[in-house]
Ligand binder design. Sequence first.
Ligand code: HEM
Length: 506
Amino acid sequence: MPLFIIPSLSSYSQLTGYFFFPLFSMETLTLFFFFLLVSFLFFLLRTNYRTRWRLHHLPPGNFGLPFLGETLQLISAYKTENPEPFIDDRVSKYGTVFTTHVFGEPTVFSADLETNQFILQNEGRIFESSYPSSISNLLGKHSLLLTKGGFHKRMHSFTMSFANSSIIRDHLLVDIDRLVRLNLESWADRVLLMEEAKKITFELMVKQLMSFDPCKWTEKLMREYMLLIEGFFAIPLPFFSITYRKAIQARREVVEALNLVIAERRRKGQSEERKNDMLAALLDGDGGAGGFSDEEIVDFLLSMLVAGYETTSTIMSLAVKFLTETPQALAQLKEEHDEIRSRKSEGKALDWKDYKSMPFTQCVINETMRVANIISGVFRRTTADVSIKGYTIPKGWKVFASFRAVHLNHNCFKDARSFNPWRWEKTNSGGTELLNMFTPFGGGPRRCPGSELARVQLCVFLHHLLTQFSWVAAEEDKLVFFPTTRTKHRYPIIVRRRESCTSTPS
Ligand code: HEM
């Protein structure tokens, strides 16, 4: 529908001639033409979308306002405490697959289990990963999250070989145990759990990637890293956004620091004993196409730090929050860990057998990731016209597979919006029903290569926390879901050391 009544040509020429200027100032005129232009573009856009809707048989939905689409509705919806307001609302209107327009482009959202699985499994065929430019510019083009085709396959399996069960068991577990205990040593009174968890997972990743123990260098790297990550949620225009400018500068600093480490390792070469870390494996190359360039190694290390640090630390602190609010689960978990500790001599590190005897801990971790995973879903782009549920998604469109919408769907998980770790007990005795609907680590060719490593880090952290401390929440702290899942005040807790603490690092 036209927004303005446009005068006929003859009256228009009269207007532009003699009478017009005395009646309207230049500013009013400019404004008038600007609105005219915007409504014309809006009209074109609408017509274009309507035609597409008719021609392509798109999933039902709404494109919202011109240019902005439904972006503002999405952002304001996720600022509430409700975990899935934007999707819930549209699922009830249009069904589990719907069309919207967010962050500058038309996007099809899926809150449907089968569709999500179809999207994940067809990665590299009719879908490819797609991140906003704010993220891709900061990660670098060789980041595993952004690479495609053969290079992605090669790097993904390379990462899997670094973080698989036997490497964790034989090499990584001992450092995870030691660094977690070192961090907990300094805990007293009030602790900002989210900050502490971030510090722990950052130090763990740096150790596993480059063999550095915590020091001034790692502290500086972490500060730059946090600035870099803040840029992910900023407008990717350095001229308009200070946060984004700072993030770009931080990326430069991180790249420079990593380049120095690589140069030092290359220089020492054969003269030093080979380190058992990811960087050593990258410097060796993987036997294919002449190894990796420094630029590739830097982007790769940088993206591994991003992928493995905020994800795991969020689950660490949210697991503690949910346990604090569910005393029965906390008591059962404490029992599981006290039992493990009672079998070990004082200060002895956890081993693989201990890790494998934490069934209820795995239930708590699953339930935390189900209720409040930091990765609520993944964006993809279609590389061909794609048929889904009788609809067609045109080539080049964005698609969002929402894992959280499935995880919080009452038809998939009974009483889905409450924290109930006992629901997972069946899976410990071989039940697969829930696991088939559970995708906290994604799926298909891009499934998280760090899933086992994350689980081990979470188990070790919970073990030492439970066996060394009791705690209470220092204040009420609510969950928020935008731009990332976290608690509003970084979850402060008051900790007290338990009498029977026997866990000093040896
Ligand atoms: C609880 C902790 C974690 C969660 C919930 C998580 C979740 C995910 C998800 C959902 C994806 C798939 C992204 C996509 O399909 O586009 C992913 C990818 C990835 N994750 Fe994790 N992750 C966690 C921890 C880790 C850790 C500790 C590492 C470090 C080794 C890691 C490294 C990666 C990498 C490198 C990718 C990219 C894989 C690719 O694109 O091929 N993640 N993660």
